[in-house]
Design a binder for this molecule. Structure first.
Ligand code: FAD
Length: 346
């Protein structure tokens, strides 16, 4: 296919790739997204079971930056976000305590991927297209997918995927970018989901409206009551359980059934009081091989939250800034500004 001049390809339609794409599109620049998944979303993906919709990656977003806060207002207006959780708890030695801070938190409605689907609206996206190789032809770039399809030519290629995967794409073309990717360690995380036919019992010392709790167990760091999120209709009681990163790393090759059982047992043990939970009606687990970046892995603070090379290759995503949705979005947004000559404060 012949593309107009200045056409940008973006590999990865997670929140970072989409933020970059929207900045480019807003400046009138042609942009095409490629994602190996069934649709946009990446780590904001949700699983739709007959009896429940479950967020298996990010559970909510939090807001610190003013530019991100303005974008959040637009998404609230569009109806794809809602304030959540409003009842957050922490496990302490004295039992569960209500967690209070001034941070604003919101989740996607009716599921986390509603936000990325909203951001992808009107953009050209090739889903189910895993890009395996980049080819350079004179001054232009071509993308080769897993089925041998060749896409291009493009003047610019933005790679908005976890750094370990980005490294494989850039290594044959740019040793400096490959070295930068190698310095970012992206750690794995297991997430389990557990469904019940009966509601959870009242926990001693805990209000019945609890929506999420931070835990300090060896296996488990966070538990979320998925069915209490905005837009979940009348689906039954369902938990999402996020494992600790070190625990996940040690059990990376275990089966999902074993992991789900272990995390459910860890949750049961972490409950305040002598409580027995109802028997789960279904459970499962999902492995995120590149879940959370450790951006200071190289020992240096990162002062630019994307990478842009003269040869037309660029990198963005949470690995270049920090471990949250806000970081990933800002990285992609700032790269979009840099590519279009716009300005934004980091
Ligand atoms: C379990 C878990 C819980 C989390 N909880 C929170 C939370 O509560 N709050 C919060 O703020 N953040 C949370 N995060 C972090 C947050 O999800 C990420 O920081 C953010 O989503 C990263 O976005 P991204 O666009 O950089 O990458 P991704 O979302 O990973 O997007 C990359 C995309 O690239 C695609 N891709 C990869 N390789 C290729 C290829 N070769 N060809 C084509 N496509 C490719 C993938 O399919 C994916 O869609 C959590 C993450 C995990 C895993």
């Amino acid at each position: 296919m012949t593309q107009p001049q200045n056409h940008t390809a973006i590999i990865g339609a997670g929140i970072a790739g989409l933020a970059c794409a929207r900045s480019l599109a807003a400046a009138g620049r042609p942009v095409t997204l490629f994602d190996k998944g069934r649709g946009p979303g990446g780590r904001l993906s949700s699983r739709h079971l007959p009896q429940a919709t479950l967020d298996l990656g990010a559970q909510f977003l939090s807001v610190r930056d003013a530019t991100f806060a303005a974008a959040v207002e637009e998404w609230l207006e569009a109806g794809c976000l809602a304030e959540w959780p409003t009842s957050l708890w922490s496990a302490t030695d004295d039992g569960w305590q209500r967690h209070r801070d001034d941070l604003r938190r919101l989740c996607g409605t009716p599921c986390m991927s509603a936000l990325t689907r909203h951001l992808a609206t009107g953009l050209e996206l090739h889903a189910r297209t895993r890009i395996e190789r980049l080819e350079r032809d004179s001054r232009e770039w071509w993308l080769v997918d897993a089925k041998g399809g060749r896409h291009g030519p493009f003047t610019q290629v933005v790679i908005a995927i976890p750094s370990a995967q980005a490294r494989a794409l850039v290594a044959p073309h740019d040793t400096a970018l490959a070295a930068a990717c190698a310095a970012v360690i992206q750690r794995p995380c297991w997430t389990a989901w557990v469904l019940f036919d009966a509601p959870l019992p009242t926990l001693p010392g805990v209000d019945d409206d609890w929506q999420a709790v931070r835990l300090h167990a060896p296996a488990l760091r966070f538990a979320v009551r998925n069915h209490l999120k905005s837009g979940r209709g009348d689906q039954g009681e369902g938990l999402t359980l996020l494992a600790n990163l070190e625990w996940s790393k040690a059990r990376l090759e275990d089966g999902p059934e074993t992991i789900a059982e272990a995390l459910f047992n860890a949750f049961q043990r972490g409950l305040p009081g002598d409580i027995t939970l109802p028997e789960p009606s279904a459970m499962g687990a999902h492995r995120w091989r590149y879940a959370q970046p450790d951006v200071f892995a190289s020992g240096e603070a990162v002062n630019v939250d994307y990478r842009l090379a003269r040869n037309g290759l660029a990198l963005c995503g949470d690995g270049w800034r920090g471990p949250r949705i806000e970081d990933a979005w800002l990285s992609g947004h700032h790269l979009g500004d840099a590519l279009t000559g716009g300005s934004s404060a980091t």
